[in-house]
Design a protein around this ligand. Structure first.
Ligand SMILES: Nc1ncnc2c1ncn2[C@@H]1O[C@H](COP(=O)(O)OP(=O)(O)OP(=O)(O)O)[C@@H](O)[C@H]1O
Ligand SMILES: [Mg+2]
Length: 426
């Protein structure tokens, strides 16, 4: 279908790829720029010897070793891993839109060459005035660094018609845990919760051992396939830790409110892996209760909910409390015992101990992902269920676009990435 000038202007910021199939008449010139065409080269020629400008008769002449230019300490260009251009998004057939999140639209698509189902996350770059956002670079970098069975697999980054159309290609996973928890007929069993929690902890331990903080763990960022395996996704707020931190410290605009650790709520600018473990604690509680643990409406509301469940912090439970920037502006409630047992009456003593070790005030005393994996809770009856024995559910993501259950969004920081870059030095 030929585009009128009006439709062309109204769709200027959308890729042709994103429009309905009926509108999609992919121009020949776009298809013909596929870098895959390079595969048609003569098979007998070693790849390093090929140059697109080389005349064909050089193939018959005896080849001299390439003449080294420049310093003998600098390796030849051919010795570097090949730098390939990104493939085009037209390598994929768009199937349906899965979700429009705060920071990108996610589509289900099929790889035209292999037939594999994939998810394409289109980065929102339309409003960018400062080049490619650091947050998008971090997301791609973190996904590539943290390859693991329980982290969503990144396949490649592809580009659309314009510079603002950049897509992350990932393996397609049938469900996100948030949607699944609200649509599945009955809640997960204890044995299933143990399996899911162990998978989540092993992904988190892997990210942390690769110096990556996720900083936005929540059920809508945990994907689950129909073979009982969890995949941590959405590394849009992730960053490296362990590097020297700039004078401003780390941004506090991280982690969706309901899953945000108390030290971040109280303004800490130096935080570490423990913030992800707090979020894991909130997810554990959500799996047990079948609803989010802290459904707070504001940061203050969130802090008071935490104080209510854990009892107010004491110099013993949180020695560093008084040094936190916002501590002096808060008046603590009168001391009372933690309310975990009342909130989780059916959880075993070991389960409660693990939950409390994750939801611990002091980040230094909070359990690490590695240690949590060794917790006795996972060795007591009922034992974790084998993933193959999990039920499978119809995938809403594979169907038509649908509304998701309400979940608060991640802090606005990713949209205003400049703020992040000001505070978080690379
Ligand atoms: N690989 C995938 N396979 C299937 N669905 C996916 C995949 N990646 C993301 N999704 C779906 O898209 C939703 C949004 O993805 P993601 O969290 O990466 O984007 P976002 O823009 O950061 O969204 P939000 O702001 O809602 O967190 C997920 O909650 C999930 O439902
Ligand atoms: Mg998300």
């Amino acid at each position: 279908m030929a585009e009128t000038s009006t439709s062309a202007s109204s769709n200027r910021k959308r890729s042709r790829w994103q429009r309905d199939e009926s509108d999609d008449q992919i121009p020949e010139d776009i298809i013909s720029v596929q870098p895959r065409k390079q595969k048609q080269r003569k098979p007998s020629t070693p790849p390093s010897a090929i140059s697109s400008t080389e005349p064909s008769q050089t193939l018959q002449a005896p080849r001299l070793p390439p003449k080294k230019s420049g310093s003998k300490y600098v390796p030849n260009r051919q010795d570097h891993p090949s730098i390939m251009p990104s493939r085009s998004v037209y390598s994929y057939e768009r199937l349906n839109q899965i979700e429009e999140g705060s920071y990108g639209v996610v589509f289900r698509a099929r790889d035209k060459q292999t037939g594999d189902l994939v998810a394409l996350k289109k980065l929102k770059l339309d409003q960018e005035k400062h080049g490619f956002p650091i947050t998008a670079l971090r997301e791609i970098n973190a996904l590539m660094t943290c390859r693991h069975e329980n982290v969503v697999g990144i396949r490649e980054v592809v580009v659309g018609d314009t510079l603002t159309q950049v897509f992350i290609v990932m393996d397609f996973i049938e469900h996100d845990l948030k949607t699944l928890l609200t649509t599945m007929p009955s809640p997960f069993l204890q044995s299933e919760i143990k399996t899911l929690l162990m998978q989540l902890l092993s992904a988190v331990a892997h990210c942390h051992s690769n110096w990556i903080l996720h900083r936005d763990l929540k059920t809508s960022n945990l994907l689950m396939n129909n073979r009982g395996t969890i995949k941590v996704a959405d590394f849009g707020l992730a960053r490296r830790y362990g590097d020297p931190i700039g004078v401003g410290g780390l941004t506090q605009l991280v982690v969706t409110l309901w899953y945000r650790a108390p030290e971040v709520l109280l303004g800490a600018t130096q935080y570490s892996t423990a913030i992800d473990l707090w979020s894991v604690g909130c997810i554990f509680g959500e799996l047990l209760l079948n609803e989010p643990m802290f459904q707070a409406t504001s940061e203050l509301d969130m802090i008071s909910m935490v104080f209510k469940l854990l009892g107010p912090p004491t110099p013993r439970s949180w020695p560093g409390y008084s040094t936190l920037p916002l501590a002096s502006s808060l008046s603590l409630p009168s001391p009372h015992a933690p309310g975990f047992r009342q909130k989780f009456p059916y959880l075993t003593a070991a389960g409660l101990d693990l939950l409390q070790s994750l939801l611990t005030y002091d980040p230094d005393q909070r359990i690490s992902a590695q240690d949590a994996l060794k917790h006795p809770y996972f060795r007591e009856s009922p034992l974790p269920k084998h993933p193959d024995l999990f039920a499978s559910f119809p995938s809403l993501a594979a169907g038509e676009k649908r509304r998701k259950p309400y979940s608060p969004s991640a802090p606005n920081a990713r949209a205003e990435y400049q703020l992040l870059t000001d505070l978080d030095e690379l």
